[in-house]
Design a protein around this ligand. Structure first.
Ligand code: ADP
Ligand code: MG
Length: 339
Protein backbone atom coordinates (compact mmCIF):
# COMPACT_ATOMS: atom_id res chain seq x y z
CA UNK A 1 0.00 0.00 0.00
CA UNK A 2 1.16 3.52 -0.86
CA UNK A 3 0.27 6.35 1.53
CA UNK A 4 0.59 10.05 0.86
CA UNK A 5 0.60 12.41 3.82
CA UNK A 6 0.13 16.09 2.98
CA UNK A 7 2.41 15.70 -0.02
CA UNK A 8 3.33 19.06 -1.50
CA UNK A 9 5.67 20.16 -4.30
CA UNK A 10 6.46 23.71 -5.22
CA UNK A 11 8.45 24.76 -8.30
CA UNK A 12 9.27 28.43 -7.78
CA UNK A 13 5.93 30.07 -7.19
CA UNK A 14 4.08 27.21 -8.86
CA UNK A 15 2.35 24.76 -6.53
CA UNK A 16 2.43 21.58 -8.63
CA UNK A 17 1.20 19.28 -5.85
CA UNK A 18 -0.86 20.81 -3.10
CA UNK A 19 -1.27 18.96 0.20
CA UNK A 20 -2.26 15.57 -1.19
CA UNK A 21 -3.25 12.88 1.29
CA UNK A 22 -4.67 9.56 0.20
CA UNK A 23 -4.02 5.85 0.30
CA UNK A 24 -3.57 3.46 -2.60
CA UNK A 25 -4.75 0.04 -1.48
CA UNK A 26 -3.56 -3.36 -2.69
CA UNK A 27 -5.53 -5.81 -4.75
CA UNK A 28 -7.27 -3.21 -6.91
CA UNK A 29 -6.40 -0.88 -9.78
CA UNK A 30 -6.44 2.71 -8.54
CA UNK A 31 -6.86 5.28 -11.29
CA UNK A 32 -5.14 8.64 -10.88
CA UNK A 33 -7.12 11.05 -13.00
CA UNK A 34 -6.56 14.71 -13.73
CA UNK A 35 -6.24 17.14 -16.63
CA UNK A 36 -2.81 17.81 -18.12
CA UNK A 37 -0.72 19.78 -15.65
CA UNK A 38 -2.73 18.57 -12.64
CA UNK A 39 0.36 17.16 -10.92
CA UNK A 40 0.06 13.44 -11.62
CA UNK A 41 3.60 12.88 -12.92
CA UNK A 42 5.09 15.05 -10.19
CA UNK A 43 3.25 13.00 -7.56
CA UNK A 44 4.47 9.76 -9.10
CA UNK A 45 8.05 11.01 -9.25
CA UNK A 46 7.86 11.86 -5.57
CA UNK A 47 6.53 8.39 -4.77
CA UNK A 48 9.68 7.02 -6.45
CA UNK A 49 11.92 9.54 -4.71
CA UNK A 50 12.95 11.01 -8.09
CA UNK A 51 11.77 14.39 -6.91
CA UNK A 52 11.84 15.75 -3.37
CA UNK A 53 8.66 16.96 -1.72
CA UNK A 54 8.51 20.54 -0.49
CA UNK A 55 6.34 19.18 2.30
CA UNK A 56 4.70 16.00 3.49
CA UNK A 57 5.83 12.47 2.75
CA UNK A 58 5.08 9.21 0.97
CA UNK A 59 5.41 5.72 2.37
CA UNK A 60 5.33 2.40 0.55
CA UNK A 61 4.19 -0.39 2.84
CA UNK A 62 5.02 1.87 5.75
CA UNK A 63 8.53 2.79 4.61
CA UNK A 64 9.94 5.80 2.85
CA UNK A 65 11.49 4.94 -0.51
CA UNK A 66 15.00 5.69 0.74
CA UNK A 67 14.56 3.15 3.56
CA UNK A 68 13.58 0.31 1.25
CA UNK A 69 16.31 -2.33 0.93
CA UNK A 70 15.66 -3.48 -2.60
CA UNK A 71 13.42 -0.83 -4.18
CA UNK A 72 13.04 -2.57 -7.54
CA UNK A 73 11.56 -5.62 -5.81
CA UNK A 74 9.18 -3.42 -3.89
CA UNK A 75 7.93 -1.03 -6.55
CA UNK A 76 8.10 -1.11 -10.35
CA UNK A 77 7.18 1.86 -12.47
CA UNK A 78 6.64 3.00 -16.01
CA UNK A 79 7.08 6.74 -16.14
CA UNK A 80 6.35 9.00 -19.07
CA UNK A 81 9.90 9.52 -20.19
CA UNK A 82 11.53 6.45 -21.64
CA UNK A 83 14.92 5.58 -20.23
CA UNK A 84 16.19 2.99 -22.68
CA UNK A 85 19.45 3.45 -24.50
CA UNK A 86 18.48 3.47 -28.20
CA UNK A 87 21.47 1.36 -29.16
CA UNK A 88 20.62 -1.41 -26.71
CA UNK A 89 18.47 -4.40 -27.51
CA UNK A 90 15.42 -5.15 -25.40
CA UNK A 91 17.17 -8.24 -24.03
CA UNK A 92 20.38 -6.39 -23.14
CA UNK A 93 18.47 -3.58 -21.49
CA UNK A 94 16.60 -6.01 -19.25
CA UNK A 95 19.70 -8.10 -18.60
CA UNK A 96 21.62 -5.00 -17.49
CA UNK A 97 18.74 -4.09 -15.15
CA UNK A 98 18.54 -7.65 -13.82
CA UNK A 99 22.27 -7.88 -13.15
CA UNK A 100 22.44 -4.55 -11.39
CA UNK A 101 19.57 -5.61 -9.13
CA UNK A 102 20.48 -9.23 -8.44
CA UNK A 103 17.51 -10.56 -10.39
CA UNK A 104 18.06 -14.04 -11.93
CA UNK A 105 18.84 -14.00 -15.65
CA UNK A 106 15.95 -16.39 -16.39
CA UNK A 107 13.53 -13.70 -15.34
CA UNK A 108 14.52 -11.64 -18.41
CA UNK A 109 13.05 -14.24 -20.76
CA UNK A 110 10.00 -14.55 -18.53
CA UNK A 111 9.14 -10.85 -18.65
CA UNK A 112 9.92 -10.60 -22.38
CA UNK A 113 7.39 -13.35 -22.88
CA UNK A 114 4.91 -11.74 -20.50
CA UNK A 115 4.88 -8.47 -22.46
CA UNK A 116 4.99 -10.15 -25.87
CA UNK A 117 8.45 -8.95 -26.91
CA UNK A 118 10.25 -12.31 -27.18
CA UNK A 119 10.32 -12.15 -30.99
CA UNK A 120 12.05 -8.74 -31.04
CA UNK A 121 14.23 -9.27 -27.95
CA UNK A 122 17.43 -8.96 -29.98
CA UNK A 123 16.37 -5.82 -31.85
CA UNK A 124 17.73 -2.41 -30.87
CA UNK A 125 15.35 -0.15 -28.99
CA UNK A 126 15.79 2.68 -31.51
CA UNK A 127 13.67 0.76 -34.01
CA UNK A 128 10.85 0.21 -31.53
CA UNK A 129 7.39 1.62 -32.04
CA UNK A 130 5.76 3.54 -29.22
CA UNK A 131 3.81 0.44 -28.25
CA UNK A 132 6.92 -1.73 -28.18
CA UNK A 133 8.69 0.91 -26.08
CA UNK A 134 5.79 0.87 -23.61
CA UNK A 135 5.94 -2.92 -23.43
CA UNK A 136 9.67 -2.79 -22.76
CA UNK A 137 9.08 -0.21 -20.03
CA UNK A 138 6.49 -2.49 -18.49
CA UNK A 139 8.85 -5.46 -18.72
CA UNK A 140 11.42 -3.41 -16.75
CA UNK A 141 8.80 -2.54 -14.14
CA UNK A 142 7.82 -6.21 -13.73
CA UNK A 143 11.37 -7.56 -13.77
CA UNK A 144 11.90 -7.93 -10.03
CA UNK A 145 8.30 -9.07 -9.49
CA UNK A 146 7.35 -6.13 -7.26
CA UNK A 147 4.28 -5.96 -5.06
CA UNK A 148 3.53 -2.38 -6.12
CA UNK A 149 3.28 -1.10 -9.69
CA UNK A 150 2.87 2.37 -10.99
CA UNK A 151 2.14 3.42 -14.57
CA UNK A 152 2.13 7.03 -15.75
CA UNK A 153 -0.24 7.46 -18.72
CA UNK A 154 0.60 4.01 -20.09
CA UNK A 155 -1.92 4.05 -22.94
CA UNK A 156 -0.88 7.40 -24.43
CA UNK A 157 -0.35 6.98 -28.14
CA UNK A 158 -1.11 3.27 -28.21
CA UNK A 159 -3.35 1.52 -30.72
CA UNK A 160 -6.57 -0.15 -29.52
CA UNK A 161 -4.92 -3.56 -29.30
CA UNK A 162 -2.11 -2.17 -27.12
CA UNK A 163 -4.61 -0.32 -24.92
CA UNK A 164 -6.65 -3.47 -24.37
CA UNK A 165 -3.50 -5.41 -23.54
CA UNK A 166 -2.35 -2.88 -20.92
CA UNK A 167 -5.82 -2.69 -19.42
CA UNK A 168 -6.00 -6.46 -18.98
CA UNK A 169 -2.45 -6.64 -17.64
CA UNK A 170 -3.21 -4.08 -14.92
CA UNK A 171 -6.35 -5.95 -13.90
CA UNK A 172 -4.42 -9.20 -13.75
CA UNK A 173 -1.66 -7.66 -11.61
CA UNK A 174 -4.26 -6.30 -9.18
CA UNK A 175 -6.06 -9.64 -9.03
CA UNK A 176 -2.76 -11.17 -7.90
CA UNK A 177 -3.05 -8.90 -4.85
CA UNK A 178 -0.64 -6.20 -6.02
CA UNK A 179 -1.04 -2.46 -5.61
CA UNK A 180 -1.58 -0.95 -9.06
CA UNK A 181 -1.58 2.82 -9.48
CA UNK A 182 -2.17 4.17 -12.97
CA UNK A 183 -2.55 7.74 -14.21
CA UNK A 184 -4.57 9.08 -17.09
CA UNK A 185 -6.17 12.30 -18.26
CA UNK A 186 -9.00 10.31 -19.86
CA UNK A 187 -12.08 9.50 -17.82
CA UNK A 188 -13.26 6.97 -20.38
CA UNK A 189 -10.05 4.99 -20.02
CA UNK A 190 -10.20 5.04 -16.23
CA UNK A 191 -13.82 3.90 -16.23
CA UNK A 192 -12.77 0.75 -18.07
CA UNK A 193 -9.69 0.02 -15.99
CA UNK A 194 -9.85 1.28 -12.44
CA UNK A 195 -11.69 -0.08 -9.41
CA UNK A 196 -10.92 2.97 -7.37
CA UNK A 197 -10.55 6.56 -8.49
CA UNK A 198 -8.46 9.45 -7.23
CA UNK A 199 -9.05 12.74 -9.07
CA UNK A 200 -6.77 15.78 -8.82
CA UNK A 201 -6.84 19.24 -10.36
CA UNK A 202 -4.15 21.90 -9.94
CA UNK A 203 -2.36 19.64 -7.52
CA UNK A 204 -5.35 19.34 -5.22
CA UNK A 205 -7.40 16.31 -4.32
CA UNK A 206 -10.89 16.56 -5.84
CA UNK A 207 -12.24 13.06 -5.37
CA UNK A 208 -11.29 9.75 -3.83
CA UNK A 209 -13.94 7.07 -4.20
CA UNK A 210 -14.73 3.66 -5.64
CA UNK A 211 -15.26 3.79 -9.43
CA UNK A 212 -18.67 2.15 -9.06
CA UNK A 213 -19.69 5.00 -6.78
CA UNK A 214 -18.46 7.61 -9.27
CA UNK A 215 -20.39 5.90 -12.07
CA UNK A 216 -23.51 5.59 -9.93
CA UNK A 217 -23.42 9.26 -9.05
CA UNK A 218 -22.77 10.45 -12.56
CA UNK A 219 -24.44 8.16 -15.03
CA UNK A 220 -27.90 9.53 -14.58
CA UNK A 221 -30.23 8.80 -17.45
CA UNK A 222 -33.57 10.47 -17.93
CA UNK A 223 -36.23 11.07 -20.58
CA UNK A 224 -36.98 14.70 -21.41
CA UNK A 225 -40.57 15.55 -22.35
CA UNK A 226 -41.53 18.92 -23.75
CA UNK A 227 -45.11 19.85 -24.41
CA UNK A 228 -47.07 23.03 -25.22
CA UNK A 229 -49.32 21.85 -22.34
CA UNK A 230 -46.67 21.45 -19.60
CA UNK A 231 -49.08 21.51 -16.67
CA UNK A 232 -51.35 18.93 -18.23
CA UNK A 233 -48.31 16.76 -18.99
CA UNK A 234 -47.21 16.97 -15.35
CA UNK A 235 -50.68 15.92 -14.18
CA UNK A 236 -50.61 12.92 -16.50
CA UNK A 237 -47.14 11.93 -15.26
CA UNK A 238 -48.17 12.27 -11.64
CA UNK A 239 -51.39 10.36 -12.40
CA UNK A 240 -49.22 7.50 -13.64
CA UNK A 241 -47.17 7.62 -10.45
CA UNK A 242 -44.09 9.10 -12.16
CA UNK A 243 -41.93 11.77 -10.58
CA UNK A 244 -40.79 14.53 -12.94
CA UNK A 245 -38.08 17.12 -12.53
CA UNK A 246 -38.04 20.45 -14.31
CA UNK A 247 -35.77 20.54 -17.38
CA UNK A 248 -34.82 23.34 -19.76
CA UNK A 249 -37.42 25.31 -21.76
CA UNK A 250 -40.32 24.24 -19.58
CA UNK A 251 -39.64 20.57 -20.17
CA UNK A 252 -40.01 17.77 -17.64
CA UNK A 253 -37.51 14.99 -17.05
CA UNK A 254 -38.38 11.53 -15.83
CA UNK A 255 -35.34 9.85 -14.29
CA UNK A 256 -34.82 6.31 -15.59
CA UNK A 257 -37.95 6.69 -17.70
CA UNK A 258 -38.78 4.49 -20.68
CA UNK A 259 -39.22 6.65 -23.82
CA UNK A 260 -41.73 4.28 -25.47
CA UNK A 261 -43.94 3.99 -22.39
CA UNK A 262 -43.86 7.77 -21.86
CA UNK A 263 -44.80 8.41 -25.50
CA UNK A 264 -47.72 5.99 -25.19
CA UNK A 265 -48.83 7.60 -21.95
CA UNK A 266 -48.86 11.09 -23.48
CA UNK A 267 -50.74 9.84 -26.56
CA UNK A 268 -53.32 8.00 -24.44
CA UNK A 269 -54.12 11.27 -22.66
CA UNK A 270 -54.07 13.38 -25.81
CA UNK A 271 -51.06 15.41 -24.66
CA UNK A 272 -49.08 16.88 -27.57
CA UNK A 273 -45.32 16.38 -27.31
CA UNK A 274 -42.74 18.59 -28.97
CA UNK A 275 -39.87 16.60 -27.58
CA UNK A 276 -39.33 13.09 -26.27
CA UNK A 277 -35.60 12.50 -25.83
CA UNK A 278 -33.38 10.25 -23.75
CA UNK A 279 -30.74 12.20 -21.77
CA UNK A 280 -27.49 10.70 -20.64
CA UNK A 281 -24.87 12.57 -18.63
CA UNK A 282 -21.52 11.07 -19.59
CA UNK A 283 -18.73 10.29 -17.15
CA UNK A 284 -16.47 12.48 -19.29
CA UNK A 285 -18.82 15.41 -18.67
CA UNK A 286 -18.85 14.72 -14.95
CA UNK A 287 -15.04 14.69 -14.89
CA UNK A 288 -14.77 17.89 -16.93
CA UNK A 289 -17.28 19.60 -14.70
CA UNK A 290 -15.40 18.49 -11.62
CA UNK A 291 -12.08 19.80 -12.90
CA UNK A 292 -13.39 22.76 -14.95
CA UNK A 293 -11.88 25.38 -12.69
CA UNK A 294 -8.61 23.59 -12.33
CA UNK A 295 -7.76 23.19 -16.01
CA UNK A 296 -4.66 25.23 -16.77
CA UNK A 297 -4.75 25.48 -20.51
CA UNK A 298 -8.09 25.21 -22.12
CA UNK A 299 -8.69 24.86 -25.82
CA UNK A 300 -10.67 27.77 -27.23
CA UNK A 301 -13.84 28.76 -25.49
CA UNK A 302 -14.85 25.56 -23.79
CA UNK A 303 -15.94 26.53 -20.30
CA UNK A 304 -15.61 23.06 -18.88
CA UNK A 305 -18.48 20.67 -19.32
CA UNK A 306 -21.74 22.34 -20.03
CA UNK A 307 -23.64 20.71 -17.22
CA UNK A 308 -26.89 19.77 -18.88
CA UNK A 309 -29.22 22.38 -17.43
CA UNK A 310 -31.73 20.87 -15.14
CA UNK A 311 -29.61 17.85 -14.33
CA UNK A 312 -30.28 17.71 -10.64
CA UNK A 313 -28.33 14.50 -10.25
CA UNK A 314 -25.12 16.19 -11.31
CA UNK A 315 -23.12 17.19 -8.25
CA UNK A 316 -21.56 20.60 -8.07
CA UNK A 317 -17.89 20.76 -8.96
CA UNK A 318 -15.86 21.01 -5.77
CA UNK A 319 -13.36 23.45 -7.19
CA UNK A 320 -12.62 25.89 -4.41
CA UNK A 321 -10.10 25.27 -1.69
CA UNK A 322 -12.80 24.77 0.89
CA UNK A 323 -14.86 22.41 -1.27
CA UNK A 324 -15.37 18.93 0.09
CA UNK A 325 -13.51 16.04 -1.43
CA UNK A 326 -15.76 13.56 -3.14
CA UNK A 327 -15.94 10.11 -1.76
CA UNK A 328 -14.99 8.26 1.32
CA UNK A 329 -14.26 4.55 1.46
CA UNK A 330 -10.78 3.56 2.28
CA UNK A 331 -9.54 6.98 3.10
CA UNK A 332 -11.90 7.83 5.94
CA UNK A 333 -12.64 11.32 4.90
CA UNK A 334 -16.04 12.90 5.31
CA UNK A 335 -17.94 11.96 2.20
CA UNK A 336 -18.66 14.74 -0.27
CA UNK A 337 -22.38 14.13 -0.42
CA UNK A 338 -24.46 15.63 -3.15
CA UNK A 339 -26.23 18.67 -1.91
P1 ADP B 1 0.47 16.02 -15.08
O1 ADP B 1 1.38 14.82 -15.06
O2 ADP B 1 -0.78 15.83 -14.28
O3 ADP B 1 0.15 16.45 -16.48
P2 ADP B 1 2.77 17.39 -13.99
O4 ADP B 1 3.02 16.72 -12.69
O5 ADP B 1 3.64 17.01 -15.13
O6 ADP B 1 1.23 17.23 -14.38
O7 ADP B 1 2.90 18.96 -13.80
C1 ADP B 1 2.23 19.66 -12.76
C2 ADP B 1 2.62 21.13 -12.83
O8 ADP B 1 3.97 21.28 -12.39
C3 ADP B 1 2.56 21.72 -14.21
O9 ADP B 1 2.12 23.05 -14.11
C4 ADP B 1 3.99 21.66 -14.67
O10 ADP B 1 4.24 22.69 -15.60
C5 ADP B 1 4.75 21.88 -13.38
N1 ADP B 1 6.06 21.21 -13.39
C6 ADP B 1 6.26 19.87 -13.48
N2 ADP B 1 7.58 19.57 -13.41
C7 ADP B 1 8.22 20.75 -13.29
C8 ADP B 1 9.61 21.13 -13.16
N3 ADP B 1 10.60 20.22 -13.16
N4 ADP B 1 9.88 22.45 -13.05
C9 ADP B 1 8.91 23.38 -13.03
N5 ADP B 1 7.59 23.10 -13.13
C10 ADP B 1 7.25 21.81 -13.27
MG1 MG C 1 2.06 13.68 -16.60
Amino acid sequence: MIELHHLTKRYGDKLAVDDLSFRIPEGVVTGFLGPNGAGKSTTMRMILDLDHPTGGEVTIDGKRYAEIQDPLRQIGALLEAKAVHPGRTAYDHLLWLAQSNRVPRARVDEVLDLVGLSAVAKKRARGFSLGMGQRLGIASALLADPQTLMFDEPVNGLDPEGILWIRNLMKRLASEGRTVFVSSHLMSEMALTADHLVVIGRGRLLADLPMAEFIKRNSRSAVRLRSPQPERLLDVLHGAGLAAEPGPDGSWEVVDGDPAALGELAAAHGVTLHELSPQQASLEEAFMQMTAESVEYRTGGHPGAPAAPGTPGAPAAPASASAPVWGAGWNDRPSGKES
